[in-house]
Design a protein around this ligand. Structure first.
Ligand SMILES: Cc1cc2nc3c(=O)[nH]c(=O)nc-3n(C[C@H](O)[C@H](O)[C@H](O)COP(=O)(O)OP(=O)(O)OC[C@H]3O[C@@H](n4cnc5c(N)ncnc54)[C@H](O)[C@@H]3O)c2cc1C
Length: 380
């Protein structure tokens, strides 16, 4: 389980080659211009990365969560923000593939796996972030339609996406009153807020999604009424692994840049990489990343095997990998001295991009909540 197969090595190399050629050379410029690289995402999809763990009858690649972790780490070496958006698209697409009926899968998924259409995941609201089960966006039944009113906050890809997988309240308070609807762009009453000004992740738009009397056919509901929270959380198990993998890729790129820089840069008459104090920091950075990577693979294997502790392991992996990734990238910036603070070196962008991975898809405090609840339940 700690050795990759030949196929996995080939998949990782394919993603790494794509990142080196199609993403890395442009990432700093995209960040500066706030450019959302849709054409590049479509090119990734043409290589099978639009529906990595989606079934192949609807155009998916039918790969495992471990394969996905390898792909997202490799892509994020080019740009964590671009790789992370692809991971959200993959998560939303998988939710339709996994919980949709045959008609729903055939209607939406083939154009999502090619990324002719792009998908967003809509859970967070202005008054419900960590406490997602308190969401208030209402969907009231009116014959063969739901009428949706409310607002989602911080939605990645909003305004640019074609398909919105939206968690809404169809019943009473709490998680059991939540359902999942697929809402298409262009539906009357659906609108978007301004593109948020952010610290990082500037290569993808983040907007509020506003619903004012949006009429959505009942046939757009995934699963039964009341299944929505379960569906949302199932998406996030894999999403958290992918975000963790994006942190590893970004941090690995920062470490690689640091090794190259320290070979060239001199101080006090010697190369930076000749100072033992700095060598030890490199050793710690590489060790942290390797520990995080190995554990993330273990969590991915548990999700593939659907073991009972998979959710807990995914939360542990997300918490550990995103903290390790941010710390390593921040150390890399420090080892670049003043140059690390300049945009042209590409390290400060990685630090800015990785910071949000500790916040979204459940904050790292909420990961601790999930882990400790599982431990206490086990003890009882
Ligand atoms: C750039 C960006 C993109 C995003 N993309 C998406 C997206 O595509 N779709 C989507 O649905 N959401 C998205 N989000 C939202 C993100 O998931 C939320 O911001 C996150 O879940 C935290 O919610 P909040 O911001 O409301 O913080 P709050 O829930 O208000 O939390 C504030 C602080 O309190 C802590 N806290 C809260 N409750 C507890 C507790 N019980 N115990 C201990 N600490 C606690 C939190 O950890 C945090 O530190 C995105 C966010 C950002 C910044």
């Amino acid at each position: 389980m700690f050795t990759l197969t030949q196929d996995q090595i080939a998949i990782r190399e394919m993603a790494r080659d794509f990142a080196n050629a199609e993403i890395a050379p442009f990432a700093v410029d995209w960040d500066e211009k706030k450019h959302f690289p849709v054409d590049t995402l479509r090119a990734a999809a043409a290589l099978g990365m639009g529906g990595i763990y989606v079934q192949d009858d609807v155009g998916g690649s039918g790969l495992s969560r471990l394969d996905a972790a390898l792909i997202f780490e490799a892509l994020a070496t080019g740009c964590p923000g671009t790789a992370a958006f692809l991971s959200i698209h993959n998560m939303a697409t998988w939710m339709i593939d996994r919980f949709g009926d045959e008609d729903q899968r055939a209607t939406w998924v083939p154009r999502l796996t090619t990324m002719e259409h792009i998908a967003s995941y809509c859970l967070t609201e202005p008054g419900a972030g960590s406490d997602a089960a308190a969401l208030k966006t209402k969907a009231v039944r009116d014959g063969e339609y739901y009428v949706v009113d409310g607002q989602k906050q911080f939605i990645s890809g909003a305004g640019a996406s074609d398909i919105y997988v939206v968690m809404v309240r169809t019943g009473g308070d709490g998680p059991k009153g939540i359902s999942t609807l697929v809402i298409e762009a262009g539906t009357p009453g659906l609108s978007f807020g301004a593109n948020e000004k952010k610290m990082g992740w500037n290569v993808q738009p983040t907007r509020a999604v506003i619903f004012e009397g949006v009429r959505v056919p009942v046939q757009n509901r995934l699963g039964a009424e009341g299944d929505g929270f379960k569906i949302a959380m199932a998406g996030l198990d894999g999403g958290r692994l992918n975000i963790g993998a994006c942190s590893l890729g970004g941090a690995q790129a920062a470490l690689d840049k640091t090794l190259a820089y320290m070979r060239e840069r001199k101080a006090f008459g010697q190369r930076l990489d000749a100072f033992q104090a700095l060598q030890f920091r490199l050793a710690d950075m590489a060790t942290e990343l390797e520990v995080a990577r190995t554990f993330l693979w273990r969590a991915a294997a548990a999700l593939d095997a659907k073991t009972p502790d998979a959710t807990k392991l995914c939360a542990m992996a997300k918490r550990f990998a995103t903290d390790a990734g941010f710390n390593v990238a921040n150390e890399a910036l420090q080892l670049h001295g003043g140059y690390g603070y300049l945009a042209d070196y590409g390290v400060e962008k990685i630090v800015r991009d990785l910071r949000v991975h500790q916040i979204l898809e459940g904050t790292n405090e909420i990961m601790r909540l999930i882990i400790s609840r599982a431990l206490i339940a086990q003890g009882n």
